[in-house]
Design a protein around this ligand. Sequence first.
Ligand code: NZQ
Ligand code: ZN
Length: 379
Amino acid sequence: MENFNYYNPVQILFGKGKIAEIAALIPKGFKVMLTYGGGSIKSNGVHAQVMRALRNYEVVEFGGIEPNPRYETLMKAVQQVQRENIGFLLAVGGGSVIDGTKFIAAAACFRGGDPWDIVAAGARVTVALPIGVVLTLPATGSEMNANSVVTRDSTREKLSFASKYVFPRFSILDPETTYSLPPRQLANGIIDAFVHVMEQYYTVARGDEIQDRFSESILKTLVEIAPRLMQEGAPDYQNRATFTWAATVALNGWIGCGVAQDWSSHHIGHELTALHGMDHGVTLAIVLPGVMRATAGSRRPKLLQYAERVWGTDNADQAIDATERFFQSLGVATRLSAHGIGADTIDRVEQRLRQRAIPLGGMPDVNIDNLRDILASRL
Ligand code: NZQ
Ligand code: ZN
């Protein structure tokens, strides 16, 4: 195991009815900005629950944060925060609303020039407005981590930052808020959580047994509950609760302590979203099987461990096939061509990542020189 520091200050309130407890968590006297997306929280009743809980606060609303939140939209919120002297941000939604709110929180306090530098130039964030979260889409883990991914339309860049100052103060995880999710977003969330685990697990076999077995338990749980989630008639609380917690623990930093990591599927996937607007989960379902096949030789011991413990086979190829079939079983096409994407995109992705000149993921066996082959294998 490698040395590590672990810090996670996010208070979690998990379960039915927990939204009612928000008022106890936001300091009195703060003017609150409620941030949300395209309106799902209004049609599924979550907005009404939140407003009821906030009845003794002055609340302003900022809606319209898009999936893959846009810098241009977020900067409008930043201006409103500064103009109206907002003291607390409450993000109600999925990863995009939460990530967007983290960026707003940091950008509103940023005095180092252009706020875009926070994601584009690694400008240091030293202070941010406090954030609370009501999660409605289990997927990203953003509710319990310090990461944020922001997209800029004008340059078609999708970039991220991390800062301990944007950890949410609290996150409400009420599985009932997920009942209104359409199958497409359930599938995206299952894939995203699965691939978060893989990026922290499918690297080297070194006997990091605690972390490995935590990771394998999340992977196996996702495989087991996925068909139930996709096919349940009426939403089932236990399935939703398991899914919600699985997605949170997949990326709250815990399983990543002391282990090698490889975020190449995410780096490559972000380029596909930036260029083609694809859902984040779909990009991962396309890229991860390619990364696995390209590294099947160099990571053989870990691949065999994954094959045996997650899929019950001693055959490495079968485990990769099973992974891809799992994504397909969620209704997601795992080939670029099925999404109308051809070889010209591979050129563009390679060019953009070459220009950025940052490591692709963390393991030497996925790099800018074999990126082309990996993507070509996914056409
Ligand atoms: O906008 P609304 O109307 O709310 O609808 C959303 C949106 O259209 C809808 N939705 C959310 N909760 C719902 C619901 N619809 C019905 N019922 C509900 N309960 O789902 C759609 C997608 O939402 P979005 O927030 O975009 O999805 P997700 O949670 O998958 O977030 C994706 C974003 O997170 C980033 C991705 O790159 C992408 O930008 N990620 C953030 C990470 C992090 N902060 O650690 C890590 C991830 O790897 C990922 O990169
Ligand atoms: Zn992800």
